[in-house]
Every structure is written in C-alpha cells, then in structure tokens.
Design a protein around this ligand. Structure first.
Ligand code: PEP
Ligand code: MG
Length: 596
C-alpha cells in the first residue's frame, strides 16, 4: 500500500472496459482540481514583492512551455509541438501582463487574483464565441491560467506531459491533445469518468496497448494523488486502496494474461484459416503511422483502417499535401506489397480539429462529420486525396470514405477522385494505378441500400462502432445508456448479414473494422456471418487469429443461423456461451472474468 493508501478501506468502482490488461500503481490526477485563488488584498509594502512573484511565475511558465514544445518536437515532430506555440503566444501577451501588474499596483490585488481577473475576461469572450474553432481556444486559455497560477502558488502542474514516473492516469476525460503529449512508458493505465468503449481516449489506449477503464462517473473525485489503485481493463473494475488479498488475486490474473499473450504471439506467422479451410484476411487498424510496426509484429497482413484524422487533430493548422504524402508513404512503403486502406478524414463527432471551425452542434455525431465534412471542404479533401494517390505509387493503397449515408456522397467523392487523378497525371506526378475505392458501412441507411452501393464501389468495411450507435440510437460515449450499446443485438447481426449478402451479390469483398471482433463473442459471430476480412487493433490480432483457427466455418454458420432468429442480445450471448462451453471449451480463456 502507498503512503496515503495505508489503512484506507478498499472501494470498488465499475466502469466500462476500454482497453484490456491489468495495472497496479499510484494515481496521477490530470488537471482537475480547483485552483485555490482568494480575493485577499495585499499590503501596500508587499506590492513590489507580489510583482516580482508574478514576473518570475511568468518566466517559469514560459520556460515550462518552451521545454514541452521542444520535447514534443523531438518525440512527435514540429506539427504536434505547435499546440504549445499558441499557448506561448497567449502567455507572452504584453497587454495581459500590463493589466495584471496595474491591478496589483493600483488595487493591491494578490497576483493570482489579479491575473485570473484579467485572463477570465478573455476567457469569457472566447467561451461565448459561436465559431467552434475559436471556442476551442478557451481550453488553451484555461490551460495557461492553470499553469501560471500553479507556478504562482508554487504547485506542480499536473499535465500528462509532466508525468515522470510510472502511474495510473486519472482524469475526468482525455482530449486528443492530452493523449498526444504523454509518454507511453510512464502510463500504466488510463481511468476516466467520461467516455464509452469506442470514445477517442479508449481507442488511443487500445492502440497503445495501455489498459483503460472509462465511464467511471466520479472516480476522479475520489482518487487522490499517490493513492494505490488496480485497473482491470477486462472487466471495467477499478479498485481504490486495494486490500492485500485483492492485490494477490489481481497479480495472479496479470501473470495469466501475460502468459496468454506470449502463447498467442507464437501464431504470428500462421494464416487466419478455420479448421475446415475458410480463410479470413486479418489486417490492423492504426491511428498514427508509427503503429505500423505493431501491425507487422503482431502478424497482420496490411492495414485495414488507417484513421488519418489523428494526424490532423493534434495540430493547430492543416498539414500540407507534401507533409501528408510523406506521412502516408511511410506506411505504404513499410507494408508493401500488403495493402493499406487509407480512410479519408473522419473529423467530427468526438474528433474535433482546432482548424476545422464551424458552429457548435447539438448532435455532433449526427452532424458535420466524415464525408459530409470533406465534401463541404473540397480544398481539404482534394489535398488529402492528392497525397494519398501519390503515396499509392509506393505500394498498394485502397481509399475508403467514412460515414456514407446516401449514394450521392459516393458519386461526388468518386468524381473528385477522378478529377484529382487527372490533375496529378497532367502535372506528371507518379501515382498509384488501380487504387480501389471502398466505403464504410456504418449508418443504417447505407445498410438499407448496400446492394446499390455495392455496384459503385470496390469493397465495404463495416464500422460497427458507429453502426451500433446509429442503429440502436445510443451515443457511443454515454455511460448511462451503455447497456444498450451491444454488438450482439440481433438488429446489428441482421444488418451485417444484409451487408455481406449485398457485397457478395455484387462480387466485392466485405470486412469489418469496428471493435466488434475484440470480444470472442463478436469474433465468432462475425466468422459465421461470412465476413472476408477483419481489421482490428494490432494487439488483438493474435487472439482473433487463434479464435479463427479454433473453429470450423460450418459450425459458426449454424451458430449464426440460430442467433439471427433470436430477439435479444442476451439470447445471442447465451447461444455463443453454450457454443464455447460445449463445443470449443478451449475458447473459454477469452471470456473476461473478474478475479475479485
Ligand atoms: C467504426 O465506426 O466502427 C469505425 C471503425 O470508425 P471510427 O471508430 O473511427 O468511427
Ligand atoms: Mg466510424
């Protein structure tokens, strides 16, 4: 037990499992405490000291930001580091410093109160803005306020980038820029109050192989720095101040998990083929280019989903065509001759880009998102497509459009592809030949017209993360209704069945790139539904391969026939459990169970 944990009563919290694995450690709370600012006035003879205090806090904050900037630049490149450029600009604003000093001198306000009075005025202006981009800047301003005031009060700033030793990161929620700035080796697990299993923070945690639990509601109010905690990313349990017996139980579970991982990796070079000879392509999902190494080391063949938006959301300005070209090419070259499916920008929903602008939306997941965004910002779309076609000259590339809900979007996007390739040829660029064009099937309307869509594209990839949310009308990040967010609901299975039938009728292949194969139940059902390809986060590939190699296609098809006739997700789960227990007991190890 840690210093502050000793003698405290164990408390178990239940959240949503977001990334598997078990971690033990001390809590590191990220930026959520209230700043202890008082409006106490100072004595006239303290004015000069208070001014000096403010000036040195200003210097210290500037140095902190400069250091963060250069660290991020070294680790992730100039574009990622730009986040801190704008922070520095705000901090070094002369008018703000002068107004603060005036308040200290003339009104004898203490430095923290003076500074927060001044910066709060700017903050309110930004908070009230209609433009989403400018509104977002309010978060930057709050960040600077926190930093400077902590320096004034001599407190350490608890930002993720400041994490210097291994810890469990606890936050209300994590934004893309938070997760862009952390050092993987120090993060034992992520624990957040907000979010669902397919929220941004969850996807990043999984892609980095870091255990995570989200949707814990108010855990961050209970956990204090240095408290001991256990995070179980399989079941969603988080144990605060664990008793020694609990620690032992979880340690045993952790050893078992690591051993299982080791065994599974032995399958790396084997094909994903069922016992009766049915092959499924296994490819990897990536968010950033570097993850391509994980794809290779886990034995996936190519990339089935390259979420390019992550390259765009961690920066303040749009990447140029050449920057994108280099970025995509690095992945394409590394994997050639295996294919890379590059998905065009899927901005919107919970993936907000600072440069994108736009009004605040009441329902962002049903708003200006994915293909809707790129078709209305053709300048951005064309630049991205040009970069992708140029990168395609270095290997095998397929292009995929997200969030298709009507046929017109496919036609418009395809015609822009045709124009872009013409332009590039005219300009004598070397581009990829025969670049296939496919779409994500992730809206119910796309499922309904899948047979027609299938005539106009080269492949489908089913985005179960969104399909579930739109089909069941359940926000994928909302904890209160997460019990409804269930891939095994027969309505989802029926939609997948229809999509597969529509694809095969048109002679095209169909994959799945949402998180559904992440559970043994989801994977078994998807095999039986006849998907041609699974694309998943790399670390899951060995497990999925093992599941495929443990069953016959025939038996999963008959399992699915029964599942399609049920009325509830519970019945489907029961059928799959029975299948595992009575037919393939060796798969039981993939059913998560709580050690406590
Ligand atoms: C999906 O919706 O299933 C998907 C793969 O896309 P994303 O999670 O990026 O929305
Ligand atoms: Mg999606």
């Amino acid at each position: 037990m840690g210093e502050t944990g000793a003698g405290k009563k164990e408390i178990i919290f239940n959240g949503i499992p977001a990334s598997p694995g078990i971690s033990f450690g001390e809590v590191f709370v990220v930026n959520i405490e209230e700043l202890p600012i008082t409006d106490e006035k100072i004595h006239a003879d303290r004015v000069e000291d208070e001014i000096k205090l403010f000036q040195s806090a200003l210097k210290a904050t500037e140095m902190e930001l400069t250091k963060l900037h250069s660290r991020l630049q070294d680790e992730m490149g100039e574009e990622h580091a730009k986040i801190f450029d704008s922070h520095l600009l705000i901090l070094t604003d002369e008018v703000m410093a002068k107004e603060t000093l005036d308040l200290i001198r003339k009104k004898h306000l203490n430095a923290s109160f003076a500074f927060s009075t001044v910066i709060d005025k700017t903050l309110t202006i930004f908070e009230d803005m209609k433009d989403e981009y400018l509104k977002e800047r309010a978060e930057d301003i709050r960040d600077i306020k926190r930093r400077l005031i902590r320096n004034l009060l001599g407190q350490k700033v608890e930002g993720l980038a400041n994490l210097r030793k291994k810890a469990i990161v606890v936050a209300r929620s994590l934004t893309p820029s938070d997760t862009a700035a952390f050092k993987k080796k120090y993060v034992l697990a992520f624990v957040t109050d907000i979010g669902g299993s397919t929220s941004h923070a969850a996807i990043i945690a999984r892609s980095q192989g870091i255990p995570a639990v989200v949707g814990l509601e108010d855990f961050s109010r209970h956990a204090k720095p240095y408290d001991q905690v256990i995070v179980d990313g399989f079941t969603g349990q988080v144990v605060l101040h664990p008793a020694s017996e609990t620690v032992k139980l979880y340690k045993r579970a952790q050893v078992k998990f690591r051993e299982m991982e080791r065994q599974l990796l032995k399958l790396k070079d084997y094909p994903a083929v069922t016992l009766d000879g049915h092959t499924i392509e296994l490819s990897g999902n990536i968010e950033i280019a570097d993850e391509v190494e994980d794809v290779i080391s886990h034995g996936a063949k190519g990339v089935g989903l390259f979420r390019t938006e992550y390259f765009f959301i961690v920066r303040d300005t749009l990447p140029s065509e050449d920057e994108q070209y280099k970025y995509y090419s690095s992945v394409v070259k590394r994997l050639a001759p295996d294919p890379v499916i590059v998905r065009t920008l899927d901005i919107g929903g919970d993936k907000i880009a600072k440069w994108a602008g736009g009004e605040k939306e009441d329902n962002p997941f049903m708003g200006w998102r994915g293909i809707r965004f790129t078709l209305s910002r053709k300048d951005i779309f064309r630049t991205q497509l040009r970069a992708i076609y140029r990168a395609a000259a270095h290997g095998r590339v397929r292009i995929m459009f997200p969030m298709i809900s009507v046929m017109d979007e496919v036609r418009m996007a395809r015609s822009i592809c045709a124009e872009v390739t013409e332009d590039l040829k005219r300009e004598r660029y070397k581009i990829g030949e025969n670049v296939e064009i496919g779409i994500m099937i992730e809206t119910p309307s796309a499922v309904a017209i899948a047979d027609r869509l299938g005539r106009e594209v080269d492949f489908f990839s089913i985005g179960t993360n969104d399909l579930i949310q739109y089909a069941l009308a359940v926000d994928r990040g909302n904890r209160r209704i997460s019990y409804l967010y269930d891939a095994l609901n027969p309505s989802i299975l029926l939609m997948i069945r229809d999509t597969v039938a529509a694809a095969h009728k048109n002679g095209i292949w169909v994959g799945v790139c949402g998180e559904m194969p992440a559970s043994v139940h989801g994977a078994l059902v998807l095999i039986g539904l006849g998907l041609d390809e699974f694309s998943a986060i790399s670390y899951l590939i060995p497990e999925i391969k093992k599941i495929i190699r443990s069953v016959t296609y025939d038996e999963t098809r008959s399992l699915v026939r029964k599942a399609l006739n049920t009325a509830t997700a519970g019945e489907v789960r029961q059928l799959v459990n029975d299948f595992i227990y009575y037919k393939r007991p060796e798969l039981r190890e993939f059913i998560p169970e709580s050690p406590s």
